[in-house]
Design a protein around this ligand. Structure first.
Ligand code: FE
Length: 210
């Protein structure tokens, strides 16, 4: 028996026994014992989540920056656009990509809990789930962004999108100035998870600014 109470290790967890992990383990055990879920189903779900990461979002954004037709498809029908790049965001949840422009900056939050475009980006960061972010993102979005190191110019409208169980948002940031010669792969490296939530924006690498 391993430390997780049965005879295989859980991948991607490296779990230390905080109260919440203990609670999760107990629930997991109970769900299996009661026959609600099988171990295999739990493992499938873990693999599914582990295969999602902000790199998916970065790939979508870089493609949108270099291919106008793809950008339009991404904005109009996010699910099929992700499918084009080999991602599987199928399921009942609706995805909406909101585009930053010189006039509008978008910020994503879930005021109620932690709804996030998990099927594309994987698990949300801890700060996204915090009570502080959930309440302040709506009340004082500019102050929140400032703390992340970015604030849109005064004349830019900040739109805050409140995610729900049914609708998940992702930001399409603007392509930074001075990245003209860059290919999709290099561009994708500029796109951080935070910029996909809208608390920051991608920046050109310094040698491109020179
Ligand atoms: Fe939520």
């Amino acid at each position: 028996m391993s430390e997780n109470g049965h005879d295989h290790p859980h991948p991607g967890t490296g779990r230390t026994a905080t109260p919440s992990t203990l609670r999760v383990r107990a629930m997991e055990k109970l769900l299996v014992e009661k026959g609600v879920l099988t171990e295999a189903e739990i493992q499938d779900r873990i693999s599914y989540m582990d295969s999602r990461s902000p790199a998916n979002g970065a790939k979508l954004v870089a493609k949108a920056w270099t291919d106008e037709a793809f950008k339009n498809r991404l904005l109009e029908d996010t699910k099929s656009a992700t499918f084009e790049l080999g991602m599987d965001a199928s399921g009942p949840v609706e995805f909406i990509v909101v585009e930053n422009t010189p006039e509008v900056h978008n910020l994503i939050v879930c005021t109620l809990c932690s709804c996030y475009p998990r099927a594309i980006l994987g698990r949300p960061p801890d700060w996204y789930k915090s009570f502080e972010y959930r309440s302040r993102a709506v009340k004082e979005p500019r102050a929140v962004m400032r703390e992340f190191g970015y604030e849109p110019p005064e004349n830019v409208e900040v739109r805050v999108h409140d995610s729900t169980a049914d609708i998940r948002y992702m930001v399409l940031p603007m392509r930074p100035e001075g990245t003209r010669g860059m290919g999709e792969e290099g561009l994708a490296e500029l796109v951080s998870r935070d910029s996909l939530v809208g608390v920051s924006v991608p920046e050109a690498p310094s040698h491109f600014n020179a």
